[in-house]
Design a protein around this ligand. Structure first.
Ligand SMILES: Cc1cc2nc3c(=O)[nH]c(=O)nc-3n(C[C@H](O)[C@H](O)[C@H](O)COP(=O)(O)OP(=O)(O)OC[C@H]3O[C@@H](n4cnc5c(N)ncnc54)[C@H](O)[C@@H]3O)c2cc1C
Length: 398
């Protein structure tokens, strides 16, 4: 009998398992893959996610992998270019975009070091329920006979296609259809800082990562998917040329693509019910938004901490476990509402008039530009930045 079983051992699952084990609880963490294994993600971390790694004593290990520090950013919408960077957050003054084959093993190793029992290559195939309550899992490795494991809570940190969510029938209660698709790959021979630019119905993101490689990603509206795929390389390079011509020149002069292209149609933006008798959902399993704002991993990290705090209240007998976990989900929703709307809106790649007008202000006003970067970094609440009074003040400043 475990205190907690966590399904999925990446940026949501490993930290929640680690935090509970560090507090003395007996935790089983399972994942159907074995680390290091890549996953579809462009892996940019925000300061609030990095601050969580720092609180847990894991930031130094990440920096030691040689992943380049990012201290300067350019975000542009059409010809409105916002240069800047957020204020330091809890002492974190740079951001990083570590490969998932680098980040996820650091998180998993930290869980192991905390005493979590880890089973890799282990697929959960069934939830065990009693009297309407989830009390465990059934699953195993490959063709091995399935084993049954029991716990006071089962946490589904198993991604957007979450098995746990399906098994408990967790319904989606808020959704905004996905608007775009992405393709990305990695180049050597490029010398760029972080740049994300939305052009006419298309976007390019460029940032450095491990191994001297630069990630380049493009986004386009979903209805261009079939046409784009007829010639991925040529169409990719055309988008780069249209949107960031200076980088396209570098690609032509000195860039060498080192990996194949990865492409995906984004899942819809959603909130899924993330608590119930004996279970909780964490990370993309419970909440997903367009990756254009690069917040999914950082959210998974900070929500792992939020969930661990609440699960502990239940396991320690301070209050009923299910009530504590319900509060975790409510707090998560309250803290992410503005970022969810913002990501889904700019993911359309064509900004509504009020947002386009705000971008015009940000391009010429350093103070508001700093606020904007602080919102993305997690140092300022989106609700405050986008509050009608603040928007009126910003728009009145030009
Ligand atoms: C194209 C793209 C680009 C992105 N770029 C960024 C970015 O730049 N920055 C950012 O912060 N976020 C980004 N994201 C979002 C980010 O990748 C996710 O928010 C993040 O991976 C969620 O982490 P997770 O741990 O919840 O789920 P996942 O990373 O999906 O991990 C789930 C794990 O559960 C395991 N699992 C699933 N089912 C089972 C089962 N039945 N039994 C056992 N194990 C199981 C899987 O093997 C997997 O390892 C991007 C996403 C996409 C698609």
């Amino acid at each position: 009998m475990y205190d907690a079983i966590v399904v999925g051992a990446r940026c949501a699952g490993s930290p929640v398992a680690m935090l509970l084990a560090r507090r003395g609880y007996r935790v089983l963490l399972v994942d159907k893959v074995t680390q290091p294994t890549d996953t579809v993600s462009t892996h940019y971390l925000q300061q609030y996610g990095l601050a969580a790694l720092q609180r847990w004593g894991l930031l130094d290990a990440l920096v030691a992998t040689g992943v380049p520090a990012i201290t300067r950013m350019t975000v542009s919408y059409l010809d409105n270019r916002i240069d800047g960077f957020a204020d330091p957050l809890d002492g974190v003054a740079a951001t990083y975009a570590p490969r998932r084959t680098v980040l996820d093993p650091i998180l998993l190793d930290a869980a192991k070091a905390a005493g979590v029992e880890v089973r890799e290559g282990y697929t959960v195939r069934e939830l065990v329920t009693e009297d309407g309550r989830v009390v465990g899992i059934r699953g195993g490795r490959g063709a091995e006979a399935p084993t049954e494991e029991r716990a006071r809570i089962v946490i589904g940190a198993d991604g957007s296609q979450s098995f746990v969510a399906k098994a408990v029938g967790a319904e989606i209660y808020k959704t905004i259809p996905a608007a775009s698709f992405v393709y990305y790959s990695y180049w050597t021979g490029l010398d760029t800082h972080f740049h994300s630019r939305i052009g006419v119905d298309q976007q390019v993101g460029v940032w450095p990562t491990n191994g001297g490689r630069t990630l380049m990603a493009i986004m386009k509206p979903l209805d261009r998917w079939a046409e784009f795929r007829t010639d991925v390389e040529a169409n990719f390079l055309q988008v780069v040329k249209d949107v960031v011509p200076d980088i396209a020149e570098q690609v032509a002069d000195s860039g060498e693509r080192q990996e194949r292209f990865t492409g995906i149609r984004y899942p819809d933006n959603y909130y899924r019910r993330s608590h119930g008798p004996g279970w909780a959902l964490l990370g993309d399993a419970g909440y997903h938004k367009d990756p254009i704002t690069g917040q999914g991993i950082s959210d998974a990290l900070v929500h792992a901490e939020l969930l661990a705090d609440h699960v502990e209240q239940g396991l320690a007998g301070q209050r009923p476990l299910d009530e504590a976990v319900a509060e975790y989900a409510a707090v998560r929703d309250e803290r992410t509402g503005s970022a969810f709307e913002f990501a889904a809106t700019i993911g359309e790649l064509r900004l509504p008039a009020h947002l386009a007008a705000i971008f015009q202000v940000l391009a010429v006003n350093e103070t508001y530009a700093k606020d904007f970067y602080n919102v993305i970094a997690g140092a300022m609440r989106g609700e405050d930045f986008f509050h009608p009074d603040n928007v009126a003040k910003m728009l009145g400043s030009v």
